[in-house]
Design a protein around this ligand. Structure first.
Ligand code: AMP
Length: 283
């Protein structure tokens, strides 16, 4: 496994592989790797000749009062995990390498960001789209792998690829969970013992919603209220949002029909947790 810290080195290393028509799978991450990341890497390995991951905590996608400074980082640990999982290259740039000067322009995501994390975190997806476009231009992968845990991010990236005619395929991957249902996340280490105990109620409430829908519930409001009630009764943080929208359009709906997303964001003092399920409802 090779660690590449400069853009030039990434280009120099990957160009000959591309010339030989080798396929390159790319997994962008912010590091502090867990099994969720590793499942993306494994899928990329199964589908490509080479796998490159990036580890970069992108300042552009964090708001002024968010957790950029406290976001967990441990490169040595990540390096060992990546090596064990069979990663070929890690792109590990500094902030200066990615943003050597103030950018003269920026991407503004116009669609699908007036809801969910786009609404709670203004500018977040502009920062995500900007860094992902830069990373795609640096790596030029055949396929890039993204987790459905960040379903809104997947929807934004798919539109980025469509709108800018980027020559690669986006592969959405399922959410990996702890045994008690909590979605794996680098931020889980910032939970207190009590918060960690309560956190599985996020997924429990999503499962309860799914059960109600299977039993015939059609009213979005009932689903939202049932989820909120379960969270309020069992958790001591604050609900950021509980939303039910069409997917991937992310438009408000009043009746449960077609493909939908049920999404939750929940705030504790040092960690904001998100989770969702996407399902198809009978029409
Ligand atoms: P992050 O390092 O949090 O930016 O995540 C990097 C990639 O891993 C993103 O595409 C995430 O959606 C994905 N990811 C994060 N957590 C999980 C998980 N629990 N299961 C599957 N993919 C995940």
């Amino acid at each position: 496994m090779e660690i590449l810290t400069s853009i030039e080195k990434v280009r120099e290393t990957l160009a000959p592989l591309r010339k030989e028509e080798k396929t390159i799978g790319f997994v962008p991450t912010m590091g502090y790797l867990h099994e969720g990341h590793l499942s993306l890497i494994e899928k990329a390995k199964a589908e490509n000749d080479y796998v490159i991951i990036s580890i970069f905590v992108n300042p552009l996608q964090f708001g002024p009062n968010e957790d950029f400074d406290t976001y967990p980082r441990d490169f040595k640990r990540d390096e060992a995990l990546a090596e064990k999982t069979g990663v070929d290259f890690i792109f590990y740039p500094s902030v200066e390498e990615m943003y050597p000067q103030q950018m003269a322009m920026k991407i503004v995501v116009e669609e699908g960001v007036d809801v969910l994390c786009g609404k709670s975190r203004p500018g977040h997806f502009d920062g995500v789209a900007t860094v992902v476009l830069k990373l795609f231009n640096i790596v030029s992968p055949t396929k890039a792998y993204f987790g459905m845990k960040d379903a809104q991010q997947v929807a934004v990236i798919e539109k980025l690829v469509r709108d800018f005619n980027l020559p690669l395929e986006i592969v959405p991957c399922p959410t990996l969970r702890e045994e008690d249902g909590l979605a794996k996340s680098s931020r889980n280490v910032n939970l207190t013992e009590q918060e960690r105990k309560e956190a599985p109620f996020i997924y429990k409430s999503l499962q309860l919603a799914e059960k109600l829908i299977h039993e015939g519930e059609k009213d979005v409001q009932v689903i939202k209220e049932t989820i909120s009630q379960l969270l309020l009764e069992n958790m001591n943080g604050t609900i950021d949002y509980v939303e039910v929208l069409s997917y991937p359009e992310l438009k408000p709906i009043s009746h449960l029909e077609g493909k939908i997303i049920i999404a939750i964001a929940y705030k504790y003092s040092k960690a904001r947790l998100i989770d969702n399920i996407v399902l198809t409802c009978n029409i």
